[in-house]
Write a protein that binds this ligand. Structure first.
Ligand code: FMN
Length: 198
C-alpha cells in the first residue's frame, strides 16, 4: 500500500509492483547516496562552514549554482550578509571533518573550521573564504534569495572555479576519492560517509 499526498488528495493506493510506502520524513533519503559539499562564507571577522547536499548547478548561462540553507544555520546569516558563498569538495580522507561540521554549529564554536582540523584561506574573489584542503572550489556571488518552505534558496553566480589536476573535462578519480553520504541511524557520524572507489 502506498500513499498519494496533497493535490491528488491524501489516499491509500495499491502499488502493482508491491513497492512499499516511503514516509514524508524519509523521502529526502531516496536521493542518497549523495556527495556532500562544504558551503563556506565569511562576513567581517566571521567565517562559516556547513555540509550541504542541497547544492546543485541550476543554469549554464548565466552560470548559477543553487544552495538551499536553513535559516537556523549560522552559515545562512553569513551568506545573507556577505552576499557570497563558496562550494568546496573534499576527498573521503576528510570525511570525519565534514561530519564534525554538521555536528556543531558556528553559533557554538566560533572557529569551527580550525576546530575541525581543516584550514581556511582567502578565495580568489575576496571576501570569500574557502577550504585549503578542497580538491575543487566554486566561488559565487549571490544574485537572489528565495524562500522555499523551511529553507532559503540562494542563487549564486559563479565568479571563479578551480580544481586539482585530477579534474580534466571530468573527474578522473586518480587522486580524488569522493565521499558519499548514505545517512544512518547511527550516532557515529563517521559511519554515514563511504568512499566511492574506482
Ligand atoms: C550530509 C549533510 C548534508 C546537509 N545538507 C544541508 C543542506 O543542504 N542545507 C542545510 O541547510 N543544512 C544541511 N545540513 C545541516 C547542516 O550542515 C548543519 O545544520 C550544520 O551544523 C550547520 O552549521 P552552521 O550552523 O555552523 O551553519 C546537512 C547536514 C549533513 C550531515
Amino acid at each position: 500500500m502506498i500513499y498519494v499526498y496533497g493535490a491528488l488528495k491524501d489516499r491509500v493506493v495499491e502499488d502493482k509492483l508491491a513497492r512499499k510506502a516511503v514516509g514524508k520524513d524519509k523521502v529526502h533519503r531516496l536521493f542518497y547516496p549523495v556527495v556532500p559539499v562544504l558551503i563556506t562564507s565569511s562576513h567581517e571577522s566571521r567565517v562559516g562552514c556547513m555540509p550541504a547536499i542541497s547544492c546543485t548547478p541550476l543554469s549554464f548561462n548565466p552560470l548559477l549554482i543553487g544552495v538551499a540553507i536553513s535559516p537556523k544555520n549560522s552559515t545562512h546569516g553569513l551568506v545573507e550578509k556577505s552576499g557570497y558563498f563558496a562550494v568546496n569538495w573534499l576527498s573521503h580522507v576528510h570525511a570525519s571533518k565534514v561530519a564534525y561540521m554538521a555536528e556543531v554549529s558556528g553559533r557554538e564554536v566560533a572557529d569551527k573550521i580550525s576546530a575541525s582540523g581543516l584550514t581556511v584561506q582567502d578565495g580568489h574573489s575576496s571576501p570569500i573564504a574557502v577550504i585549503k584542503e578542497a580538491v575543487a572550489v566554486i566561488e559565487c556571488d549571490v544574485k537572489e534569495k528565495r524562500r522555499i518552505g523551511d529553507h532559503d534558496l540562494f542563487l549564486g553566480e559563479c565568479l571563479v572555479a578551480y580544481a586539482e589536476e585530477d579534474f580534466e573535462d571530468y573527474w578522473l578519480f586518480k587522486k580524488y576519492v569522493p565521499m558519499l553520504y548514505v545517512g544512518s541511524e547511527s550516532t557515529v557520524f563517521r559511519r554515514k560517509y563511504v568512499a566511492l572507489k574506482r
